[in-house]
Design a binder for this molecule. Structure first.
Ligand SMILES: [Zn+2]
Ligand SMILES: [Zn+2]
Length: 426
């Protein structure tokens, strides 16, 4: 074990203690909330468009990708429903599952770079992992502090609206610590992190790690998410793009190296991939991850690109708000009215959206990536107008109940229109 690893252990312990709610994750809309919103969306689809809903129930496509997906076995994931539970429950479960995919591999570099997949005694110092759970040394700290595990795949569940005009890969980039350092404000610090901000501390902990991506040595298909969610427009190929996105690391944090200088895939690309899969396969389970992407795009912190700034506290607050929307007849009526207003053919379909395009009215013939981006534009506006000023002057968590509820209502309506779109286009 090198000294950087020791430092990582201390930092990780501090980060994990800072995330004071055991058995919950720090960087994802909670599983049960994704599941509840997906269930409500399918129910409303059935009420509004019974013929389309019936078509969903009769689908018999089988997607090898989603059906053979390897999941992180994390204790707080609700149990996977069986065939007997019915299709709706299974789709709703797949809407929480993307946070548990084992499809983004980090390699922790020790000494000089070597084959992370070679376990032989003399060559096994570099360690490949899909979640913090696989870090042998960290397990000791997990045991001591009872802290939650993090799965790396959810780094792909952000879309940084602030990167518009400055983005490096897509019209809006995904999570990138380098971007936060240059353009962002990190307010939430923790004494246990020696005063470091949450993004800073978490990323510092991963500064000697890199994302194992195509084009790199020893890559053997171990990070399928980056291949699936990359749609290059500025590079000649996926491999070329991914090589620049995910620079290699050294055994200590260094300029332009590793996770801190990586640009993860944006969440609208996640939706685009699963939407495309659904149209190819007709597997209703592919609809789940699309709804996950819409849910994550509707979290202000995901749209602003922060792991910290009371992101986790905001998502904890979602539980009551989601339950309130699910139980409210007037909210359901409002969702239906919104869906009806979007169920139209736009004669002037946008090709990408600028931050000011939140004023546009979505339509069923918009691309799924623009629909997801539109959702994120609304979440981002709340971040900038309401949350950022509060964080700046108060340095504390807040949740504006009505605002958060507004995003859940819009997100549920977006699920319904995207489900209808998918089921009509298949
Ligand atoms: Zn989140
Ligand atoms: Zn997520």
């Amino acid at each position: 074990m090198k000294s950087a690893t020791l430092l990582r252990l201390i930092a990780a312990a501090a980060v994990l203690m800072a995330c004071s709610i055991p058995t919950r994750r720090a960087d994802a809309f909670y599983p049960e909330e994704h599941q509840r919103v997906a269930r409500l969306s399918l129910y409303l689809l059935g009420e509004m468009y019974p013929a389309t809903f019936d078509r969903c129930l009769k689908l018999d496509g089988r997607d090898s990708i989603i059906r053979t997906m390897r999941y992180e076995n994390i204790s707080y994931a609700p149990e996977k429903p069986t065939l007997i539970s019915g299709l709706i429950e299974r789709i709703a479960w797949e809407s929480l599952s993307p946070d548990f995919f084992r499809d983004l591999e980090f390699v922790d570099v020790d000494f000089s770079i070597d084959d992370p997949h070679d376990d032989s005694v003399l060559k096994n110092d570099d360690e490949a992992m899909y979640s913090t759970k696989e870090d042998l040394f960290l397990e000791i700290f997990f045991a001591l502090f009872g802290a939650p595990h993090g799965n790396f795949t959810s780094y792909n569940h952000f879309i940084n609206i602030g990167s518009y005009g400055k983005s490096r890969f897509d019209d809006y980039d995904g999570y990138s610590y380098q971007f936060i350092q240059e353009f962002g404000n990190q307010y939430q610090t923790d004494a246990k992190l020696l005063g470091k901000a949450l993004d800073e501390g978490t990323i510092w902990y991963n500064s000697d790690a890199y994302v194992h991506a195509p084009g790199q040595q020893w890559y053997d298909g171990c990070s399928p998410s980056v291949e699936r969610y990359s749609f290059p427009t500025r590079y000649p190929s996926r491999v070329e793009e991914l090589k620049v996105r995910f620079p290699l690391a050294k055994n200590i944090g260094s300029e332009n190296c590793g996770v801190p200088f990586s640009v993860f895939l944006p969440v609208d690309n996640v939706a685009r991939f699963w939407y495309g899969r659904f149209l190819e396969t007709g597997d209703p389970l592919d609809l789940g991850p699309i709804m996950h992407a819409i849910g994550d795009a509707s979290i202000p912190h995901h749209a602003a690109g922060y792991l910290g700034n009371w992101h986790q506290a905001y998502e904890t607050g979602m539980t009551d708000i989601v339950l309130a929307v699910v139980d409210s007849n007037s909210d359901r009526d409002e969702i239906k009215k919104i869906v009806e207003s979007w169920d139209r053919i736009d004669g002037d379909v946008p090709d990408g959206l600028a931050p000011g395009d939140y004023t546009k009215t979505p339509a069923i013939n918009w691309s799924v990536e623009d629909l997801v981006t539109w959702m994120a534009l609304h979440a981002y506006r709340q971040y900038i107008e309401d949350y950022e000023p509060h964080y700046r002057s108060n340095r504390s968590h807040v949740i504006f109940f009505d605002k958060a509820r507004e995003l859940i209502i819009l997100g549920t309506a977006m699920n319904v229109i995207v489900l209808k779109k998918a089921l009509s286009e298949y």
